[in-house]
Design a binder for this molecule. Structure first.
Ligand code: A3P
Length: 307
């Protein structure tokens, strides 16, 4: 197969998007959401695949075999990604999918197709702190040959802070969705809370006590489902980092290596809170803390960068 070319970014209403997304903008904007759609929305590298697999397991009442019928990106179409021609578009897949659909998007609030608001669809937003998101996005740019060249770490970090990367500013994204949750049916969750639960579950499972698996229950409740402890426990186990890392339905090993070169960096890379400490200099960390204070300080949005 001939190698694919790294894409350029094109502004859509001032927000940098992948060129193929911008080229298909009219079609995406006209997308017809249905009232029973569930949308999973994230800034890239917030742990989208993790929350997708949790949702999928909840929908299948904890039956891993049902989730194993197809890779996660086929079960939950990514509506704003238009990969090279030889691969199916999430939008095409979504359009022919029977209801109820679960869909994925990285769009910021101003770019979400209006039908999602008009239909008052349920939306799960999964957010991750800026520092770990930046590290994860940097490594993802290195291995994903569709994304623009990331440059070196210092260059990438500067672009991240300025919002000059695909899907725009992390700050505008997390803040926009935080504010939107006051007006719409949005469950806003944090990677760090989910990770804290994962760590507790790991400890509890080696002993006799059952952890309430708080974050997974929040998702089930939002979907109107009450799950028995045993099912919740199965979901916890199935979605542990180390299990998703070796699961071909969740580790993106089905994407050919000329697109995702997992010899450069694995998709399921580290899955931790605080990996940023291995990458940021003291000055860069201060720079990010200042930006968070300046750009989020007057909102009630608080991120944890360590557990
Ligand atoms: P790292 O690169 O920090 O390891 P997305 O799915 O939005 O692309 O996000 C990918 C990030 O989420 C990666 O972060 C990946 O390791 C992490 N992730 C995916 N599944 C996870 C899980 N079950 N537990 C913890 N982290 C997970």
């Amino acid at each position: 197969m001939e190698p694919i070319k790294r894409t350029e970014l094109v502004d859509v209403d001032g927000i940098p998007c992948l060129k193929d997304t911008a080229d298909n903008w009219q079609r995406l904007w006209a997308f017809k959401a249905r009232p029973d759609d569930l949308l999973i929305c994230t800034y890239p590298k917030a742990g989208t695949s993790w929350i997708q697999e949790i949702v999928s397991m909840i929908q299948h009442r904890g039956d891993p075999q049902k989730c194993d019928q197809a890779p996660i990106h086929q079960r939950i179409p990514f509506i704003d990604l238009f990969p090279p021609k030889r691969f199916p578009h999430g939008l095409d897949e979504a359009e022919v999918m029977p209801s109820p659909r679960t869909l994925k998007s990285h769009l910021p609030v101003p770019l979400l197709p209006p039908s999602f608001w008009e239909q008052n669809c349920k939306i799960i937003y999964f957010a991750r702190n800026a520092k770990d998101s930046a590290v994860s996005y940097f490594h993802f740019h290195r291995m994903n040959k569709e994304l623009p060249e990331p440059g070196n770490w210092d260059e990438f970090l500067e672009n991240f802070l300025m919002g000059k990367i695909a899907w725009g500013s992390w700050f505008d994204h997390v803040r926009g969705w935080w504010e939107a949750k006051e007006r719409y049916q949005i469950l806003y969750l944090f990677y760090e809370d989910m990770k804290e639960q994962q760590e507790k579950d790991r400890k509890y499972n080696s002993g006799s006590q059952m952890d309430p698996a708080r974050e997974i229950r929040k998702v089930a409740q939002f979907l109107g489902l009450q799950l028995p402890d045993q099912v919740v426990n199965q979901i916890v186990q199935h979605t542990m980092f180390e299990n998703m890392k070796v699961n071909p339905m969740t580790n993106y090993s089905s994407i050919p290596s000329f697109i995702f070169d997992q010899t450069v960096s694995t998709f399921m890379r580290k899955g931790t809170v605080g990996d940023w400490k291995e990458h940021f200099t003291a000055a860069q960390s201060e720079w990010f803390d200042d930006a968070c204070l300046r750009l989020l300080g007057d909102s009630s949005l608080v991120f944890r960068t360590e557990l």
